[in-house]
Unconditional design. Structure first.
Length: 351
């Protein structure tokens, strides 16, 4: 039993507490050791049980989840999975929670809750495993410190290139740090971040307000423009297509790949069909193997690929799998990826 993930569930809804307990306890590798209806009760339960993971509702009585999270991370840092409502205010609060140290979040259904929760039982357990494996030691997870934007003459950068980035657990803050460090004169950047529908638009808006680059949620059939980052929407896979007029996006509501939609592998495999030497691939922190085979396809097609190193990852899963698959050219700390991308764009890598 020593390796069982011990979970405390904190939610003011008795139904959600009950459903999460049943879903979590159905996996022999994890167990709910306590539940709490509000943060003040949770404080005692956490002190009594010392859990490996806490699921925390964003909106609760007596003390909101954000304030409780802030105090928790200061006094007793513990991996936290936020449970968030699918509203604008809920998504804004969720991204603040990730800045304050929460590892990941789960969208709380608003209708037919029992059926919806059971439909996502595997995803819930996957997220708990990922959160349990997360690193909490890095000070940047408390108050992420953004590296300064790379100083470069944007006219010196190759505009006939495409950058494709994949991320999952821990990726929201990693992407923010990476994109903030890039100059405005970059070629188009496509991003797949595992995130449910309803949150990707807010995520893109948040990044757009923080970066020199323009950031938007991708639309179907959209021509790719330099200086712009396109975030895959939570409801569709994102592909890139080459037309006579240039590169365009393609959104597909097809079946999940690697249990994800959008999936990193779908983006990477589509980019591998472009002319050789035109793509730079990046794989960031995340649980699982999504992106590993796609990155290998990219490399075989002539792309140059970077992976975030273990020490700077919240969860060293996706980069590790991409390295093992033979698809990675360089492994770098997060803060060195932006300068390396710029360096790659300064130097011709062939046609």
């Amino acid at each position: 039993m020593a390796n069982v993930i011990r979970v405390v569930v904190v939610d003011d809804s008795a139904l959600i507490r009950s459903l999460l307990t049943v879903i979590i306890d159905a996996d022999p590798g994890m167990k709910v050791v306590a539940t709490a209806a509000d943060p003040l009760i949770a404080r005692e339960r956490i002190r009594e049980t010392s859990p490996d993971v806490i699921t925390l509702d964003v909106e609760m009585p007596r003390m909101d989840g954000l304030e409780f999270l802030r105090r928790l991370m200061r006094l007793k840092p513990t991996p936290v999975l936020m449970i968030s409502s699918l509203t604008q205010s809920g998504s804004d609060t969720t991204f603040k929670a990730l800045e304050f140290g929460a590892v990941d979040f789960l969208a709380k259904p608003t209708v037919d809750i029992a059926r919806a929760m059971n439909d996502y039982a595997d995803e819930i357990r996957d997220k708990i495993r990922a959160v349990a494996a997360a690193r909490l030691a890095e000070p940047r997870r408390f108050a992420p410190r953004t590296p300064p934007a790379v100083s470069v003459n944007s006219g010196a950068l190759r505009q006939d290139r495409l950058i494709c980035i994949g991320a999952s657990t821990g990726g929201t803050e990693a992407l923010k740090a990476l994109l903030e460090a890039l100059p405005a004169g970059m070629p188009p950047i496509l991003v797949v971040q595992h995130m449910p529908e309803g949150f990707t638009h807010s995520f893109a808006q948040r990044l757009d307000g923080a970066c020199t680059l323009a950031v938007k949620e991708a639309e179907d059939g959209e021509p790719l423009r330099g200086g712009t980052v396109y975030i895959a929407p939570g409801h569709s896979h994102l592909r890139v297509k080459k037309l006579a007029s240039g590169l365009v996006t393609a959104l597909e509501r097809t079946e999940p790949v690697n249990r994800h939609r959008p999936a990193v592998d779908v983006l990477f495999r589509s980019a591998a069909e472009l002319p050789p030497g035109r793509v730079l691939g990046v794989i960031l922190t995340g649980m699982g193997r999504d992106g590993a085979q796609g990155m290998r396809c990219l490399k075989e097609a002539g792309a140059y690929n970077l992976a975030q190193d273990e020490a700077s990852c919240v969860v060293y899963g996706m980069p590790k799998e991409a390295v093992a698959a033979g698809g990675v050219d360089e492994i770098l700390p997060l803060e060195r990826i932006a300068p390396r991308l710029v360096d790659c764009l300064r130097v011709s890598r062939g046609t």
